[in-house]
Design a protein around this ligand. Sequence first.
Ligand code: FMN
Length: 187
Amino acid sequence: MDVKRAIQGRRAYRSLDPVEITEDLITDLADSARLAPSCFNNQPWRFVFAYDPETLKELHTALSRGNEWAQQASMIIAVFSKPDLDCIVGEREYYLFDMGTATAFIILRATELGLVAHPIAGFRERRVKRILEIPEEMRLITLVMVGKHSEAISPVLTEGQIESEKTRPERMPMEKFVYINKYREEE
Ligand SMILES: Cc1cc2nc3c(=O)[nH]c(=O)nc-3n(C[C@H](O)[C@H](O)[C@H](O)COP(=O)(O)O)c2cc1C
């Protein structure tokens, strides 16, 4: 097993080169999501794997400012679900949790295959749903941009984004989020 390598190797790169999208690749990624755990094995996940050039072009019109780099993605995976496809325990709705797990599996598998799989929140949900014919009641949680990492920095990136291409954005130190035995409020 080499999960740690995939975890460490994964990056949300924004400089993308094209990659050939095949049915085998889609099946491979979808199978990784399929094996994810979910509450009561409800499997609330739904995905559209979009890669035909016309559809991609339409989707580009739904990207938020700052996400122009995503126009270089060879495939866009739309990740969606709704609360009643999964457990609701009191006030806890598990569909977002399970969608995150399944999407992480896709991202890690793509990383293992040498690809970039970069999730984004910056898009117009209604517009994407209309383009992909995803029903209104669904929550479109993320779009995952798939491509190959390009050594050449994308010309549309901001300074901050260029910095992130070179160095992984900083993480909190463990003391900020790890508690042993009991949670302790910060002083
Ligand atoms: C839910 C989610 C939404 C994100 N939305 C965007 C986005 O709209 N645009 C973007 O360029 N990056 C987006 N990112 C990528 C993060 O900025 C990135 O993961 C973070 O800066 C850490 O960098 P790293 O993944 O390379 O370690 C998103 C990531 C997640 C998980």
